[in-house]
Design a protein around this ligand. Sequence first.
Ligand SMILES: [Mg+2]
Length: 337
Amino acid sequence: MYEQQIEEIRARKVRMAICYDFDKTLSPDDMQTFTLIPSFGVDKATFWNESNALAKANLMDSNLAWMYQLLNYSRAKRLPIKRDYFKKIGADVPLYEGVETWFDRINQYAEKNEIEVEHYIISSGLKEIIEGSKIAKHFARVYASSYLYSADDVAEWPAQAVNYTTKTQFIFRIAKGFLDEFDERVNDSMEDKLLRIPYENIVYIGDSATDIPCMRLVKSKGGYSIGVYDPASDQRKKVYQLFNDKRISFYAPAVYTARSDMMKYMKQIIREIASREAMKTEQRVLELPASVYKMYNMYEVFEQMIADSSEPVTARDKKKIADERAALKQMIEGNID
Ligand SMILES: [Mg+2]
C-alpha cells in the first residue's frame, strides 16, 4: 500500500561525519613549528612564549595573538607571508603513521556498510597550511584559522580565528548542512529528522583541552569522541582524564594504520551507526500505517465531539467526515476494529 514511500525510505542515504583536530591529532606537532616559525630565525619555544605573553598582557584570544605575532615577525624580517607560501609549507607537514591511507580505508569500510562518510577538519591552526597538506583532498571542508590577504596575496589581518569554543559552531554547521562560515542559518532550530547528518552519526577526534567543548557536544548528542595521544612520548595523562570525565568514548595512540586501535574503534562505530540506521529505516516503514491509525483515531474523537455538541452540523458535513474517516481506514493494514 505504501510501496512508493517505502521505496523512498529505503533509498535514503545514510551519512556520517568524522571531524578531526589537526595539530597533535593528525600531525605530531603544531603546524607552524615545522617550517614557518624557524623560517623567521626564531625557535618554537620563544615564539609560543612571546605569543602567549602577548595574549596574557592584552587579554587577547591566544589564536589572534599568534596570528598577530606571525605578521610581526614577517614585517620585522621583511619576509611577507603569502598564501602560496603557507600552502607550500603544508606539503611538508609530517603526519602520524597511517594517516595518508586512513581516509580511503575508512571510506571503503563505510561504503560496505552502506554509509557515506564525510571528513572535516576543525582546527585552530592555519587553513592554508592544511590545504597544502598531502591529505587536503579528503576533506569536505577545512574549518580553521585563516588570514585576509591583500591584493598581492600577502597575509594582512585575521579572517577567521578558531578557538576551542568557536570550534563547536562547526559541529552544528555539519549537522544542519549550513557549511559556509558566514551562513547565520546555523542558529535556526532544526528537527532531528531534518538534519543533514544526525548528531549520533558524528565522530570527533582530538588530543587536548581545546577539543573538550567539541568532544562534549558530540558525545552528549549521542555521537562519539576519541582522544588521541602521541605514540612516541606515550603521554596519556590527558586521555585518562578525558575518559574519566566521560568526555571521550575511546582513547588510542595517534596511529591510523589498518591494524591500529583507531581503525578498530572506528569500524565499531561505523557498524553501530549502520545497525542503528537500519533500525531507523524499519521504524520509519512501520510508522506509515501507524501514523494513519493515529489520524483515524483523531477523526473518531472529532465525530464524538460533533455528536456531543449542541451546534447544528449538516448531514452533508457529517457524511464528509465519515467518508474521510472510512478512506483513512482503507489505508490501514490489518484489523483495527
Ligand atoms: Mg590538537
